[in-house]
Write a protein that binds this ligand. Structure first.
Ligand code: SF4
Length: 363
């Protein structure tokens, strides 16, 4: 897979979507048949994927099925949960024990692994031994918010590959620079971003926003830059993206990326009734919006709330397929609302574009 490529697939059947993506990418090309392939999900806490905190096991099932069908037998799932939880509890609660039984694949608790000091990015960082022994690392982060770094995805997910004492040190160093340096040490061969229903603000979940997509990349800087745009952030707001780029981990330049959508988003918007989201969704006049479009608008409105500009939105924001071809007053989001007095084109437009559009509406 070329570093410039980003593949996106929409839907809700995570296993099928993953298989379709992998058939397109063919990640096995060039890999020795006995290669040790490590799959690193995000199981930061012992909470199910539906909370918006952790990687969907069905996505990992798709990865395992794909590689096993191609004859690869040396697969392993590795994770080290955050300092406040035990990985063993997370494996159980998140459905990974069952997954490991079904595919006869070992689970490696990196909280119990030995580690080795490695140098990179101007730092020395202890990295778990089992990670260093992999021939191929498949990173499976969740597209979600984070209370300190604002978002977490491919670059930050590698923090699960270091021992707990090192995780504490990362926090004492402000997270951004050590996250970038860690990525100069550990190479990711393939990234499959679980963008099904990550949390709006917190890595521990509780406010899931349906985005109904999986994104594939091989450049973690490009992947995170793209995810930042989907969540309405500029790269400047996520310093570790720029730091990683400066260390030549990858490129954040989306204008040079080749973005391929394998299908259209046909799922309709479904958000759980969560009070903190209600303040945002009350501003949305949804008429059969696709979930990817609707989820991006929720992220964009959250950015406006953070910027202090949400109060300027005084009329409902129209979104959805039933607006297609109809002239109407007001503000529309997405190509379906081209008949609105003012509208933002795109199918779906990303949240960064929505933020720019909404903050620049004439008063
Ligand atoms: S613009 Fe319309 S068709 Fe396109 S993603 Fe949005 S709601 Fe769906």
């Amino acid at each position: 897979m070329d570093k410039k490529d980003l593949f996106v697939i929409y839907g809700s059947d995570a296993c099928r979507m993953t298989l379709d993506l992998l058939e397109q990418i063919r990640p096995e090309v060039g890999l020795a048949q006995n290669a040790r392939i490590g799959i690193k999900p995000n199981l930061v806490v012992a909470k199910q994927a539906e909370t918006g905190a952790t990687t969907h096991p069905d996505l990992v099932a798709g990865i395992l099925a794909y590689f096993q069908n191609k004859g690869f037998g040396n697969l392993v799932i590795l994770e080290g949960s955050w300092v406040g939880d035990q990985t063993s509890r997370a494996f159980r609660a998140c459905g990974f024990e069952e997954l490991a039984r079904r595919f006869r694949v070992p689970l490696v608790d990196l909280q119990c692994d030995t580690d080795r000091a490695c140098s990179g990015g101007g730092m020395q960082i202890a990295v778990c031994e089992q990670v260093l022994q992999l021939d191929c690392l498949v990173n499976v982060p969740v597209l979600k918010g984070h209370c300190q770094t604002r978002m977490t995805c491919a670059l930050k997910n590698l923090k699960g590959c270091i021992p707990n004492r090192e995780k504490r040190r990362f926090h004492s160093l402000g997270l951004h620079r050590p996250i970038a340096a860690l990525n100069a040490i550990i190479r990711q061969d393939l990234i499959l971003v679980d963008g099904l229903c990550g949390d709006l603000n917190f890595e521990e979940g509780g406010h899931p926003v349906a985005m109904n997509r999986i994104i594939a990349a091989s450049d973690p800087v490009l992947a995170d830059s793209y995810v930042a745009s989907l969540m309405g952030f500029s790269n400047d707001e996520i310093p570790y993206i720029g730091y990683a780029e400066a260390l030549e981990v990858g490129s954040s330049d989306l204008s040079r990326a080749r973005i391929t959508a394998l299908n259209d988003d046909l799922g309709s918007a479904q958000l759980p009734k969560i009070r903190s989201l209600g303040a945002l969704t009350r501003l949305i006049a949804d008429q059969d919006a696709c979930s990817a479009c609707y989820g991006s608008l929720v992220h964009a409105l959250e950015r406006l709330r953070e910027h202090g500009t949400l109060g300027a939105i005084r009329q409902p924001l129209r979104i959805g397929q039933r607006y297609k071809g109809k002239p109407c007053d007001g503000i529309g989001i997405g190509s379906c609302t081209a008949g609105c007095a003012r509208h933002l084109p795109g199918c779906p437009p990303d949240a960064r574009a929505m933020v720019r559009f909404l903050e620049n509406l004439p008063g």
